[in-house]
Design a protein around this ligand. Structure first.
Ligand SMILES: Nc1nc2c(ncn2[C@@H]2O[C@H](COP(=O)(O)OP(=O)(O)OP(=O)(O)O)[C@@H](O)[C@H]2O)c(=O)[nH]1
Ligand SMILES: [Mg+2]
Length: 239
C-alpha cells in the first residue's frame, strides 16, 4: 500500500559495501578536478557567482560587461538546469558566453567547467565569470577551480539568509547586497545582514549594488579590477 512506503531517504542500503560518508568522497573527486581547472587557467581571474534564483547575477554581469568593455576582457560560463537564456542575454550585450545546461542538477560541478573550457575561446580573456545555478545550498560544497567566490543576496530575499545558509557565506570572499534600489520598500537591514555574514565569516567583504540605477557599480568594478591585477601579478592594472 502506498502509505506504507518508507521515505526514500530512510531506506536501508541493499548493497554489502557501506561508505562512511559518500558525500565527502564525491567532493574529494570534485576537488581533484577543480585543481585541474585551476592549472588550465593560470592567467585568468575566475569568479564563481552564486545566489538564490533571481537575485540578479546575470543582470549584474551584463552591466559589468558594459562598464568594463575595452578595459577588461570578460567571458562567462553560465549554469542553469534548463535553457540557454542567460548565455543569450550575455551575448546580447556583446559578451562571449557559453551555457552549461546541467540537465536538472542544482549546482555546477568542476568537471562541467573542465569540459566547457574545450568549447569557449578564452584567448586574451582576463576575467571568467561562472554563473552558478541559483541555489544557496548545494553550490557551496563544490569548488569549481575558481579564484574567488561571491554571493549575491537581494534586498527582497530577507536579511536572515547568512545564518540560515552559512556555508555559502563562509566560503565566499564577497557578499553583494543586490537590488539596493528596492531597499526603501522592503524590511531589509544592510547593517544587520553584514553583522550576520561577518559572524559566519569575519573576512567577508560587502558591497551594496543596484544594477538598475548603478549604485555601488564603481566600487564593484574597482574591486574586480584589483582582483584581476592580483591574478596577473601586477600592482596597478591600468583602466
Ligand atoms: N529592482 C531591481 N531588479 C533587478 C536588479 N537586478 C536584476 N533585477 C531583476 O531581477 C530579476 C532577476 O534577475 P536576473 O539577473 O535574471 O537574476 P539571476 O540571479 O541571474 O537569475 P537566475 O539565473 O534565474 O538564478 C530580473 O527581472 C531583473 O530585471 C536590480 O538591481 N534592481
Ligand atoms: Mg541568471
Amino acid at each position: 500500500m502506498l502509505n506504507q512506503a518508507k521515505p526514500k531517504s530512510n531506506q536501508a542500503s541493499v548493497g554489502s559495501v557501506k561508505c562512511e560518508n559518500t558525500t565527502l568522497n564525491l567532493l574529494k573527486v570534485n576537488d581533484f578536478v577543480a585543481k585541474a581547472v585551476r592549472d588550465r587557467l593560470p592567467n585568468i581571474l575566475v569568479i564563481n557567482v552564486c545566489s538564490s534564483p533571481g537575485s540578479g547575477k546575470t543582470t549584474l554581469m551584463q552591466e559589468t560587461g558594459k562598464r568594463l568593455r575595452g578595459k577588461i576582457n570578460m567571458a562567462v560560463l553560465v549554469g542553469d538546469p534548463e535553457t540557454e537564456r542567460d548565455a543569450i542575454r550575455m551575448r546580447d550585450v556583446g559578451i562571449n558566453a557559453l551555457q552549461i545546461v546541467t540537465g536538472g542538477m542544482c549546482h555546477i560541478e568542476a568537471q562541467m567547467i573542465y569540459q566547457a573550457l574545450d568549447h569557449i575561446d578564452l584567448t586574451d580573456v582576463d576575467l571568467l565569470f561562472i554563473e552558478n545555478v541559483g541555489n544557496l545550498v548545494c553550490p557551496a560544497a563544490f569548488d569549481l577551480g575558481e579564484d574567488v567566490r561571491i554571493t549575491l543576496l537581494a534586498s527582497t530575499e530577507g536579511d536572515d539568509k547568512p545564518k540560515k545558509y552559512p556555508r555559502m557565506f563562509l566560503t565566499s570572499e564577497l557578499m553583494i547586497v543586490s537590488k539596493s534600489d528596492l531597499l526603501p520598500y522592503v524590511p531589509f537591514s544592510v547593517e544587520a545582514v553584514t553583522k550576520d555574514a561577518r559572524e559566519v565569516n569575519p573576512d567577508i567583504e560587502v558591497i551594496t549594488i543596484s544594477s538598475l540605477n548603478g549604485t555601488g557599480m564603481d566600487e564593484w568594478c574597482e574591486w574586480l579590477t584589483a582582483k584581476v591585477a592580483e591574478k596577473k601579478g601586477v600592482l596597478n592594472y591600468e583602466l
